[in-house]
Ligand binder design. Structure first.
Ligand code: SF4
Length: 333
C-alpha cells in the first residue's frame, strides 16, 4: 500500500488548536500550561516519527468484545499490521514515570486490547507497546501467551460477578481522585455538605472540618507529651538507680520506683527433669498452664513437684513507676 506523506508540522498543530477542548482545567493558567506542553509533545513526536511515518491499521479503534457473556467496550490507540502479517498494538501514555518491563508485562489493559484485536481482525498479536509520550520512549514486549489471556478472561468474569453482586470496594491508586469522587468513600466527605438535606435523621452527626483538624492537633499534642513523658520517666529511673532511692516526692504526688521481676521456667531444665519421670508429655509444647496443672497434681510425687518449683527463675525484669497522691501528713510544710 502506498504510504501517504505525513502531515506537515503546521497542519498537525493547527488540527491540535482546532480540536483543543477547554473543559476540566482549574484555571486559564493551568489550561495554557497543558496546552503548551501538549504542543511541545506533539512537535517532538512529529520530529521523531515524521520520518518513519507508516499508515496504521487503525487508530482510536472502538471495540466490543464478549467474554463469557460479559461485554467489554474500549478504544485501542493504535494497531499496526507488521510485515509478518501479525498485529502490533500501541497504547500512548502521558504518565510522568517511565514504565518498567514488569509493568508492561502485567498490564491488563494491553492484554484486553490483544483479546479485542485478535477477535476483530482474526490475526495474532505479536507485539505490545506502551509509548511514553513525555520522553518519546516506546517499550515493547511480545504478545501475551494463552495462559495470561485466559487469566485475564477469568478476571473479567470475576469482576463482572462482583459488580452484579454490588461488591466493588473502592481501591485507591496513583490517579485518584477519579471523575466520581462524590460517590467514593475516600472523597465523598468533601461533597456531603452539598447533599446534607437528604441525610437520614438516624445517621450520626456530620463531622466538620474543624473536628478533623482538632483531632489531628490533639494527636500531635499527645505525641509530644508522650515523648516528654518518656524523657521524664527515664530521668526519674536514672536518678532512683544512681541514688539508690525507691521513691521521689512532689508537693502533691509521690512516685515509687520498682524493679518488677517476671519468673518462669527454662524449658531445657524442666524437660531434663520431667523426661526421666515420663512426665514431659504432660506439658506438651512446654505449655505453662499444663505445667501449672502438673505442679498442683497430688498424684505427682511431691519431691518432683518441689524440684520443678526450685527451677523457677527470673526470666525478665521491668522497671515501673507507680504514681500515688501524697497523704496530707506526707506533704512538705
Ligand atoms: S477516587 Fe475513584 S478511582 Fe480512586 S478510590 Fe475513589 S472511586 Fe476508586
Amino acid at each position: 500500500m502506498k504510504v501517504p506523506p505525513p502531515p506537515i508540522l503546521e497542519e498537525l498543530l493547527r488540527f491540535y488548536e482546532e480540536n483543543w477542548r477547554s473543559e476540566g482545567y482549574e484555571s486559564p493558567e493551568e489550561e495554557a500550561n497543558y496546552k503548551a506542553y501538549g504542543r511541545k509533545l506533539l512537535t517532538a513526536f512529529w520530529e521523531i516519527h515524521g520520518r518513519d511515518f507508516q499508515m496504521p491499521l487503525a487508530v482510536e479503534k472502538l471495540f466490543y468484545i464478549d467474554i463469557g457473556g460479559v461485554k467489554l467496550r474500549g478504544f485501542i490507540d493504535r494497531v499496526d499490521k507488521m510485515e509478518s502479517g501479525a498485529l502490533s498494538i500501541v497504547d500512548y501514555k502521558t504518565n510522568k514515570e517511565l514504565f518498567t518491563i514488569d509493568y508492561l508485562e502485567k498490564d491488563l489493559q494491553l492484554t484486553l486490547y490483544q483479546l479485542a484485536a485478535e477477535q476483530l481482525w482474526q490475526l495474532p498479536v505479536a507485539k505490545l507497546t506502551l509509548y511514553h509520550m513525555r520522553s518519546n520512549t516506546p517499550i515493547s514486549c511480545p504478545g501475551r501467551g494463552q495462559l495470561q489471556l485466559n487469566d485475564a478472561k477469568e478476571l473479567v468474569l470475576d469482576v463482572a460477578d462482583k459488580i452484579n453482586e454490588q461488591i466493588f470496594p473502592a481501591t485507591e491508586n496513583d490517579y485518584c481522585p477519579c471523575d466520581f469522587p462524590e460517590y467514593c468513600p475516600y472523597y465523598r466527605h468533601l461533597y456531603i455538605g452539598e447533599t446534607a438535606e437528604t441525610a437520614l435523621e438516624e445517621t450520626p452527626p456530620p463531622i466538620s472540618g474543624e473536628q478533623v483538624e482538632r483531632y489531628v492537633s490533639i494527636q500531635a499534642q499527645i505525641k509530644a507529651l508522650q515523648e516528654e513523658l518518656e524523657v521524664l520517666r527515664q530521668e526519674i529511673i536514672d536518678y532512683c538507680k544512681a541514688e539508690e532511692v525507691n521513691r521521689v516526692y512532689g508537693p502533691e504526688n509521690q512516685i515509687t520506683y520498682q524493679l518488677a521481676e517476671m519468673t518462669g521456667f527454662n524449658e531445657d531444665d524442666v524437660r531434663a527433669l520431667l523426661e526421666p519421670e515420663n512426665l514431659w508429655e504432660r506439658v506438651i509444647g512446654f505449655d505453662q498452664s499444663r505445667l501449672k496443672q502438673l505442679l498442683n497434681d497430688e498424684a505427682v510425687a511431691r519431691d518432683i513437684r518441689d524440684r520443678i518449683k526450685s527451677l523457677r527463675q527470673v526470666i525478665s525484669t521491668s522497671q515501673r513507676l507507680l504514681v500515688k497522691k501524697r497523704q496530707d501528713e506526707d506533704k512538705e510544710v
